[in-house]
Design a protein around this ligand. Structure first.
Ligand code: SR1
Ligand code: MG
Length: 427
């Protein structure tokens, strides 16, 4: 069948012809099919039985253009192949945090997967001030498992090179290269500046050669450091949560890149949640008749704990996987017969370099979420233009300090201290 962008009606007919989905969904005449996609790229359908809510799936279909912009920004549907492959690889490496693929058809660019009915998008949960007791533990485990097992520290040199070749993702990498590392750092036509953002804040960033150089250096690392199979777009909109589980979805940007890119994007989006809380918690207090004086402090502290625990947990788990692998195989990336001191020194230096990379990428992500085309709801949905600009100025200052000082930070508490300082800056 030639490709067809599906509607609720045509999707129902499609599903009838897929035996495994027919079995799973049961009575095909009693299905609710709703398009729920609010991302930037694809169609997303919730498909569920009216008679048995347990019987449901999510169907994701790539469009031949960028949904955020429309047909004026054509895009091949290759990303669905990339996503299906990445879901399978990550699912094998970390099954507890990756939704199961139930069906994939490349010709239709269509993936049917496990429906996470009891979960919500993490970004929304953070805007609503919800805490998740397992969040940092789960996300640090996910990153350690996926990033270690895709690297030369685990795979044979030949397998790793085959994996790099099999996962090129030229078009979506180009989106990242342009929209994260290039356009936000110049006065580009695709940038979107919020109405009250002071020109001085913009000029401070755009006119500083050190910032331009640092952004270009991070872009170079992104394009040239094929360390592991990355998720490639690991922001808080790519995570689904509830009080017990955490799932990482949407790896269509997956490719072999620098380990710090996944870590840095996640840290940046947690920091963005932190910097925007003053608005959201005050708003929640004003809207809640029973709790008019909501104190933002506990939630702010919880968010910074997540930042710290995500990094520390990731570093500890990645290093532990590495040490255990070396011990069980009796050899290491360095070669065989190396003394423990050399092995430890190499691991420490490696993790410190990943830390610096992560902070540089976090800085770029924070800049692009403020000045670039693709915004984040915790900031962009603030209706009070002055309050929004205040948060944007703080975000840009934090971004600049992370980007320029990325190799100076020794530990994550220095980053959380800096975020606390930036949160108090005034326009
Ligand atoms: C034009 S696509 C914009 C952004 O949406 C995706 O989620 C990626 O973050 C991309 O940069
Ligand atoms: Mg996405």
């Amino acid at each position: 069948m030639t490709y067809q962008a599906l509607t609720p009606d045509t999707l129902a007919n499609y599903l009838r012809q897929v035996p495994e989905l027919l079995t799973l969904l049961g009575d095909m005449d009693a299905l609710d099919i709703v398009e729920v996609g609010d991302g930037n790229l694809n169609l997303v359908y919730f498909v569920g039985s009216r008679t048995n809510p347990e019987r449901s799936v999510v169907v994701k279909q790539a469009l031949p253009y960028l949904r955020l912009v429309g047909e004026g920004w054509p895009l091949t549907r290759h990303r669905a192949d990339r996503e299906a492959h990445a879901l399978k690889v990550f699912g094998a490496r970390c099954p507890q945090h990756v939704p199961e693929v139930l069906h994939f058809e490349s010709a239709q660019s269509l993936i049917a997967m496990q429906h996470l009915r009891a979960h919500i998008i993490l970004r929304k949960g953070l805007i609503d001030g919800i805490t998740y007791p397992n969040l940092a533990d789960h996300l640090s485990s996910y990153m350690a498992q996926t990033l270690f097992h895709g690297s030369d520290l685990y795979l044979s040199a030949a397998d790793k090179k085959r994996a790099v070749a099999a996962t090129t993702n030229t078009e979506l990498c180009k989106i990242t290269e342009d929209l994260i590392f290039t356009y936000p750092f110049e006065d580009h036509a695709t940038n979107v500046y919020s109405p009250s953002l002071p020109r001085a804040a913009l000029q401070r960033l755009h006119n500083d050669p050190a910032v331009s150089v640092a952004a270009a250096q991070m872009k170079w690392v992104f394009m040239n450091q094929a360390e592991s199979l990355l998720h490639g777009d690991l922001h808080t909109g790519s995570v689904m949560v509830n009080q017990t589980d955490t799932y990482v979805i949407d790896p269509e940007f997956a490719f072999y890149g620098p380990i710090g890119f996944d870590v840095g994007l996640l840290l940046a989006n947690l920091l963005s949640a932190y910097l925007s809380q003053d608005w959201h918690r005050v708003q929640a207090g004003q809207n809640a008749a029973q709790d008019p004086a909501q104190d933002p402090a506990p939630y702010l502290a919880w968010l910074l704990e997540q930042v710290a625990q995500v990094w520390d947990g990731f570093a500890q788990k990645f290093t532990a996987l590495w040490a255990a692998h070396d011990a069980s195989t009796g050899t290491s990336f360095m070669g065989s017969g190396r003394d423990d001191a050399s092995l430890s020194l190499f691991r420490e230096a490696f993790m410190q370099r990943v830390f610096s990379d992560s902070l540089g990428f976090a800085g770029c992500e924070l800049v692009r979420r403020t000045l670039g085309l693709a915004k984040v709801a915790e900031i962009a949905a603030i209706p009070d233009a002055t309050a929004r600009a205040q948060i944007e100025v703080r975000t840009l200052r934090l971004a600049e300090a992370l980007l320029l000082g990325r190799t100076d930070f020794q530990c994550i508490s220095e980053v959380t201290d800096l975020a606390e300082e930036c949160r108090t800056l005034t326009l």
